[in-house]
Design a protein around this ligand. Sequence first.
Ligand code: ZN
Length: 285
Amino acid sequence: MSQHKRHMRASMGLFFAAVLAATLSAGRAAAQTGEAAAKAFHWPNGKRVAVSMTFDDARTSQVDLGLDLFAKYGVKATFFVESRNVEDRLAGWKRAVAEGHEIANHSTTHPCTGNYAFSRHNALEDYSLEMMAKDIDGASAEIERLLGVKPVTFAYPCGLKFVGRGLDVRSYVPLVAERFLVGRGYMDEAANDPAFCDLPNALGTPFDDTTFARMKELVETAAKDGRWVIFVGHEIGSAAFQTTDTGALEQLIQYAQDPAKGVWLDTVASIGKYVKQQQSEGEGK
Ligand SMILES: [Zn+2]
């Protein structure tokens, strides 16, 4: 082979290598653009953050104090009721339904780890998936019988998502995924990323015993990344253990109702439905 030919061959080789590199690079760029497009999640109407106020266990203060407070501002909350407690304030829960609040499932008997003394005789460690399914379905049937609504979201009692012990432990998230649009946890340390989150395994942020300043900080942090904060409270009243303070709650609602803050304040079902729709479109379904 002449010097010239050898040079030509080397040049051609370099040329094809360059074309190949450019093609690969373009492919990578396209893939990255696609990824970015899939991640570009937008809340409706130019909102920058979503917030849900949720309250668990069907505690009487939610009806006695909460309903008037929410009515004053025309806002909707999600109540994850323990169905066996509903009859303690049946007229109040019917009012909650009539006023557009979401009544959701929090199990029939509230099984938690037996390490909590109150749950020792109804411990998740002693449950099977079949028992858990029966407990959850019983609550939905009871809510439908008492209040005429079919729950579409669920909150894990104590935020725990397992049944059994050791090698026999099973997650019951799939049971929840089969039955509900959203399953909400508790005591989690982040807000939900709507582009990524697994709705039946959504995070819940503590609401009880929290000042308005802290609530505002949590919402502002979430707004930076366009997230969804699902606050989890129990009693509604003066600041105390497992109680969401009425003063802080009112301030948060006023904050959320200021259009400049870009907050979409709504129930777990409403926001969950929007997130699911956006995620499905992102996957081209
Ligand atoms: Zn609970």
